[in-house]
Write a protein that binds this ligand. Structure first.
Ligand SMILES: Cc1cc2nc3c(=O)[nH]c(=O)nc-3n(C[C@H](O)[C@H](O)[C@H](O)COP(=O)(O)OP(=O)(O)OC[C@H]3O[C@@H](n4cnc5c(N)ncnc54)[C@H](O)[C@@H]3O)c2cc1C
Length: 219
């Protein structure tokens, strides 16, 4: 597996080179960990390229677009550029093409369920230096976050509900996400991308299946 600049390089204009490498590492680390612990089959690693390549391409396209803006040397072309950007701004349109990476489409998300493959929010609470991020409370594992408590235990998945004490500061943001996706429950991967939303049992079964694709689905 390769990650970071060894896998892709970008013009510097969007400041996304290291960011892309960090995203690679976040995507790959939990998968390697799961495979090495025997909690997932090696086929899980196939999702790394499928998920990261479109995102990195989007970042590089953005950087190329920004480069075209700032590297204009011809005064006439620069004047046209400025006029175009000012007109776009006056009309409320974006002045640069936004970076719009698509949601992940791989075997490691529950395709078709609302929010699947999107980055999950990272709400914060309090002020620096005591600012709390939701990650500080979620830990490193996958998390199932439901509107109401889901009983039992599941290896490798933290079962939480929006009324759990540790999630109290983030309850409004979590409820807003669930409302926006008309979902009772969301399963968030260790890299904080959404595996899928829907009924808890369906999510947990699909998650187990995605970690071990050769295993027939249970229930
Ligand atoms: C001027 C400049 C400004 C930048 N600004 C930004 C920015 O604002 N935001 C941003 O996100 N990114 C920025 N970047 C990009 C960012 O620096 C790189 O994307 C990032 O450092 C890549 O990290 P990496 O670990 O993948 O590779 P590298 O940082 O290249 O690390 C690879 C390491 O492997 C070592 N190595 C190589 N071969 C071997 C070998 N055979 N055995 C052992 N070790 C080896 C190298 O010595 C090096 O230490 C900028 C880059 C430059 C040059």
């Amino acid at each position: 597996m390769i990650a970071g600049d060894a896998a892709h390089q970008t013009p510097p204009f969007a400041g996304q080179g290291m960011c892309s490498g960090i995203r690679d590492a976040a995507n790959l680390a939990w998968k390697l960990d799961a495979v090495l612990r025997g909690a997932a089959s090696a086929a899980l690693l196939d999702s790394y390229q499928a998920e990261r390549e479109p995102h990195v391409r989007a970042a590089i396209e953005l950087a190329i677009g920004m480069g075209r803006v700032v590297c204009t040397l011809d005064p006439n072309a620069a004047a046209q550029r400025d006029a175009g950007m000012l007109a776009a701004q006056a009309g409320g349109a974006p002045t640069l093409p936004p970076m719009r990476p698509t949601a992940f489409a791989s075997d490691c998300v529950l395709a078709g369920s609302p929010g699947a493959g999107e980055l999950f929010p990272q709400p914060t609470a309090g002020e620096a230096p005591a600012r709390l991020r939701m990650d500080d409370r979620l830990g490193d594992s996958a998390c199932l976050i439901a509107r109401t408590p889901v009983g039992g235990t599941v290896a490798g998945v933290r079962l939480l509900d929006v009324d759990a004490d540790e999630l109290a500061p983030f309850r409004p943001a979590l409820l807003a996400w669930l409302d926006r996706h008309a979902a009772d429950c969301v399963l968030v991967r260790p890299d904080r991308y959404v595996f899928g939303s829907g009924a808890p049992r369906v999510l947990l079964d699909a998650w187990a299946q995605s970690l071990n694709p050769a295993t027939p689905a249970q229930g």
